[in-house]
Write a protein that binds this ligand. Sequence first.
Ligand SMILES: Cc1cc2nc3c(=O)[nH]c(=O)nc-3n(C[C@H](O)[C@H](O)[C@H](O)COP(=O)(O)OP(=O)(O)OC[C@H]3O[C@@H](n4cnc5c(N)ncnc54)[C@H](O)[C@@H]3O)c2cc1C
Length: 236
Amino acid sequence: MRRIISATSAEEAVKLRHEIENSSYLAGGTEVMRLGSSIDEECTLIDISSLPLSGITKENGKIRIGALTPLEDIRNSELVPAFIREAASFAASLQLRNAATIGGNFALRRSDSYMAAALLASGCTLRVMCTKGEKEKSVSEYFEKKGCRALILSFDIDESRKGSVNRIGRSSHSHAAVIMAESMGIWAYSVSGSGIAYGSDRNVYESIDYHSDLTGSAEYKKYLASVLAEEGSDDC
Ligand SMILES: Cc1cc2nc3c(=O)[nH]c(=O)nc-3n(C[C@H](O)[C@H](O)[C@H](O)COP(=O)(O)OP(=O)(O)OC[C@H]3O[C@@H](n4cnc5c(N)ncnc54)[C@H](O)[C@@H]3O)c2cc1C
C-alpha cells in the first residue's frame, strides 16, 4: 500500500527524500498517482503540494515560475515568454493542465515531455533545494543528473527570451511524436520513446537513438525532426 508523508518545508522534503531510498515527490500527482504509473506500489510519496512553490513573478528582468505552478497557469500568464506558454498548452486536457506542475513535468524527463524541450532551449536557471541548502543550477546541469533527489523550487527565465516550439502528433490529444523548441541559438528535441537532445546545432536531433512506438516508426520520427529543424527560425 502507498505511504504518503506530508512535508512541511522544502528542507524537510529533501531530507525525507534522501532518508527513504524508495521515495518520490508528490506534486500534482498526475504521474505518481495514476494507474500504471512508472512509480512502484511500495514507493513512499513525499507530499510537497502544500508548500508555497506555486506562482509566477517578475523581478530584475527574470520571470520566476514556481515549481508547483500548474501548466494551465503558465499557459494563461502574460508574463511568461510565449514559447513556454505554448509548450504548456500542448497538454491537451484542461483537467491535466490544472493538476500537472511544471516541476513534475520537467523532473520526469519523459521523452515526449511538453516542457523539457522548451525549458532546455530557454537556457533558464533552476533554484533547487539540496541537503546542503538552496542552490542555483543551469537547466542542463539539473537535466543531466538523472536520479537527482534535489527538490526544484523554481525556474528563472529571461523575460525577453524569444523562441518557438512545435509539436507533431496524430492529434492534439494523442501523444506527440516529436517536439522541437529553439531559442536564441539553442535547439532541443523531445522524441517519443527515443529521447531528448539539445545543443547549439540545429541538427542535434541526429544524435538521438530512434525507436519505433505507437507514435510512428523510428525512420518517420527522424524525418519529422529533420523537417522541424529546417523550419525553425534562425533568430539569435
Ligand atoms: C493522460 C495523460 C497523458 C499525458 N501525456 C503526456 C505527454 O504527452 N507529454 C508529457 O510530457 N507528459 C504527459 N503526461 C504526463 C503529465 O504531464 C505529467 O504526469 C505531469 O507533468 C507531471 O506533473 P505532476 O505535477 O503531476 O507530477 P507528479 O506526478 O506529482 O510527480 C512526477 C515526478 O516528478 C517529480 N517531481 C515533482 N515535483 C518535483 C519537484 N518540484 N522537484 C523535483 N522533482 C519533482 C516526482 O518525484 C515524480 O518523480 C500525461 C499524463 C496523463 C495522465
